[in-house]
Design a binder for this molecule. Sequence first.
Ligand SMILES: NCc1ccc(-c2ccco2)nc1
Length: 329
Amino acid sequence: GTGVVTATPEQGDVEYLSPVTIGGQTINMDFDSGSSDLWVFNTELAAGSQAGHSNFNPETSTTFQLLQGASFEISYGDGSGAAGNVGTDTVNIGGATVTNQAVELATAVSSSFVQDTQSNGLVGLAFSKLNTIKPVQQKTFFDNAIATLPIPVFTADLRHAAVGAYEFGNIDSTKFNGSLSWTDVNATSGFWQFSSQQFAVGTGPTMNLAGGQAIADTGTTLMIADPSIVNAYYSQVQGAVNNETVGGVTFPCAAQLPDLAVDIGGNYMATVRGDDINFSPVDAAGTTCFGGLQAGTAGGLQIYGDIMFKSQFVAFNGGNNSIGMAPHQ
Ligand SMILES: NCc1ccc(-c2ccco2)nc1
């Protein structure tokens, strides 16, 4: 069957939370197309870490089974991480159900996760080759569900400061304008990765980024692009500066931000709305704002995170390893 759940943004669109039912217990979690572990806050965690969270209780789930001797340990690009034990249980996401899903019970989580009491774990939706469970790697929810879905797809419909949705096994064509543009994905790295070699700032000329590669990552808040793109973009924004103290580019909150179009696999130019690149104020007065577009390393993998998803409806096809995109309806 299919499954559909809400995707509710935290304050400031920092991340999006969706209800997941594990062994009959419903817990709000962060769906992350940039990683491949499903781990959850739980009653095995130290009380101080559990405080304020929804904690899965494996003892009250009649379907939970410990996976003897299995463990996980994951660290993310933002320096956060989690580690712990592993079991299996029935996981139901909006109706799409997997009866023997690996559920990773964190016994240690980094402080940024503890402090984010809205989020109680991650559902990894990248390729299973990135799963960190040892000694035997386990599959993602999507990998386990895919054969039972009417079509081998999940979609992300993320919105600025509004409730969106994740859907499994169906593409809701009322959620986007026109037709989806499809692009082959290179799954070698385990990410939903595609070439992204051209870009345009506002109504300006199309510019080249030879060899550019990017991933579609719902678990990253911002859009991390090559410095050449970031410099070209903010050269068009009055008062934009690289603010070392704050850790990225800031500009006056009143600035008029141009749109940014980026190439998706040579087939489609995805336009990211300028308004969404005005991410958040850094000062109480709301005078200086932090950019939703920030620089990665030159020539490195670009990370198209939630800033892009707020402009584009995205379908992830695990049947033929492709990604479909179109502007939101
Ligand atoms: N890209 C994976 C990811 C997702 C969320 C988080 C996170 C840290 C604190 C709260 O959430 N870190 C990394």
